[in-house]
Design a protein around this ligand. Structure first.
Ligand code: 5AD
Length: 350
């Protein structure tokens, strides 16, 4: 794994890409599923050293979308033919268990959309209530399997016990969610060994969805201001480049053949022309077009120059469809549930 991660020979990398693309085609097919992304609040109680919407960043204007605004996004997702709505936010104390449960019920009452939550580390009570209200999936990246590095870039909430994200993922699974996770690539202090461990852990956790993207420094964060952890030597430090991201997508596909892998916005941000398509060519099978109302887009700046931060929902959809068709792939129909999840459960039931 480390050798592949360190490989820079173009011909060898083309072998890796082709292999990942073949596994993708054989295991999850040519469908590219579209998940409508709604960034419903940028309010966050946490102070992650890498993230632009961290509580300590006073230069961000904060917003929380109303119930009606979110439901309108859900209607848009249905109009666009998407099968899934992803509700993502910071750890916003105003998004209480009851508020989110109510939102889930409202969307489920009106639509057949699958609902994916990405709302951070929440307690058992909330996660249980949301599952009961009808939420289908949960995304929580573990960011890095290097515990020391994770603790450094992701300090615990003041006055609250530290939560172990790996245990948290097990909890989500036990509640019956399809579970997604992932990492950032090229965090200062992240070694090739760490990254190889991350990919091994993807497999060990039996994830249904895996999202990865290069770390992009944000100038209003401690890590982005170069005051962060020192980089390792060139022999060890993982670079936060597009090609590194693509290698990780390919190795993830080969290691976890049936998982759903998005071609992430971070990849598209590093190369606006081709990043998204390259992700799809290196093993990814999911795109998450942004449905967040345009007036909020710029405020959800987890990293700078985020791709698609000014385009409308219609433009996001049109771009995605054009890219899918251009690659000879097929826009997915229906919810696009995880094959991995289905395989797992058919074993359990037999
Ligand atoms: N660069 C790249 N990805 C980031 N994320 C947060 N901040 C950054 C950044 N500066 C990613 C994290 C998080 C996801 C929602 O966005 O992996 O889990």
């Amino acid at each position: 794994m480390v050798q592949w991660l360190q490989c820079n020979d173009e011909a060898d990398l083309e072998v890796l890409r082709k292999r990942a693309d073949a596994v993708r085609s054989a295991q999850v097919g040519d469908d590219v599923h579209l998940r409508g992304l709604v960034e419903l609040s940028n309010i966050c109680a946490r102070d992650c050293l890498y993230c632009g919407i961290r509580a300590g960043n006073a230069s961000v204007a904060r917003y929380r979308m109303s119930r009606e605004e979110v439901v309108a996004c859900a209607r848009l997702a249905v109009d666009f033919g998407f099968g899934t709505l992803v509700l993502q936010a910071g750890e916003d104390p105003g998004l209480t268990g009851a508020v989110v449960a109510d939102l889930i019920k409202a969307i489920k009452q009106e639509t057949d959309l699958a609902i994916t939550l990405s709302l951070g580390e929440r307690d058992l009570e909330d996660l249980t209530a949301w599952r009961q209200a009808g939420a289908d999936r949960y995304l929580l990246r573990f960011e890095t399997s290097n515990r020391e590095l994770f603790r450094y870039i992701h300090p615990p909430r003041v006055g609250q016990p530290e939560r172990d994200r790996i245990e948290h993922l097990g909890l989500l699974r036990s509640l019956g969610y399809e579970v997604g996770s992932g990492v950032m690539i090229g965090i200062p202090g992240q070694s090739y060994d760490d990254l190889a461990q991350d990919i091994e852990l993807f497999k060990g956790l039996g994830l249904d969805m895996i999202g990865v993207g290069p770390y992009i420094p944000h100038q209003d964060t401690p890590l982005g201001k170069s005051g962060g952890v020192p980089l390792l030597g060139v022999e060890q430090q993982v670079p936060n480049t597009l090609v590194m991201g693509l290698k990780v997508v390919a190795l993830t596909r080969i290691t976890c053949p049936q998982v759903n892998i998005p071609s992430t916005t971070a990849l598209a941000t590093l190369d606006r022309q081709t990043g998204r398509e390259q992700g799809l060519n290196w093993g990814a099978n999911i795109i998450m077009p942004n449905l967040t109302p345009v007036q909020y887009r710029r405020m959800y700046e987890i990293y700078p120059s985020k791709a698609a931060s000014t385009e409308t929902a219609e433009q996001s959809r049109d771009t995605a469809l054009r890219q899918i068709v251009g690659l000879g792939r097929v826009p997915g129909r229906g919810r696009g549930d995880s094959k991995h999840f289905q395989t797992l459960n058919s074993f359990k039931n037999n």
